[in-house]
Ligand binder design. Structure first.
Ligand code: ZN
Length: 191
């Protein structure tokens, strides 16, 4: 095992807070520096097509697509990467935490970007827990669509989807057409 220590860096916030832009900014810097690295996006995020990390602002970079943490390990495990960047980290679920820990133990620095809050205003695992374990956390805010204040929440701007049992379905992947960022004063979670 290498002497180099892996560091955990987390970029967290609501939708429209520029998480992917910040991730891509750091990925570009790492490429310029010649680091041995991989970029992973979740297969659920098909805003611009599979294999691309894209931002609402239209920036993009090629990435490997993964559907679960097993895929992440196949891409990055036992490879002595300098850096592994993962976008939309919330989609990988709680299993992401032990996988990230293994990569850090191998000396790989892990850079995650993800939602830390759900559309109902509750913490969105596993990102809040990973923030607690990280060497470096960037907590970003969006701009409230009503008043322009810093927004830590996002909400559907269309009615939520409720299944037969009355439960609100899992977080969907969407863009400006289906969600809006809201400040604490203007955020009113749907019952
Ligand atoms: Zn507001």
């Amino acid at each position: 095992m290498r002497q180099q220590q892996g560091r955990l860096q987390v970029i967290a916030g609501p939708m429209f807070s520029g998480k992917s832009e910040e991730l891509l900014r750091r990925v570009r810097r790492a490429k310029v520096a010649g680091l041995h690295m991989e970029v992973i996006s979740h297969a659920l995020d098909v805003r611009k097509g599979a294999g691309i990390v894209s931002t609402h602002a239209g920036l993009s970079i090629e990435s490997r697509t993964a559907t679960d943490v097993g895929h992440i390990w196949e891409v990055a495990g036992n490879r002595s990467l300098d850096l592994l960047a993962i976008d939309e980290a919330q989609f990988f679920g709680p299993e992401l935490v032990p996988t990230v820990s293994r990569l850090l133990a191998e000396g790989t620095t892990v850079l995650l970007a993800g939602l830390c809050v759900r559309f109902d205003g509750e913490p969105f695992d596993p990102v809040p827990g990973l923030m607690a374990l990280a060497e470096d956390v960037s907590k970003l805010t969006a701009v409230c669509s009503r008043c322009g204040a810093g927004a830590v929440f996002h909400q559907r701007s269309v009615p939520s989807v409720v299944d037969d049992a009355g439960a609100v379905t899992a977080e969907l992947v969407g863009g400006a057409e289906s969600y809006q960022a809201l400040c604490r004063r203007h955020f009113h979670p749907q019952p």
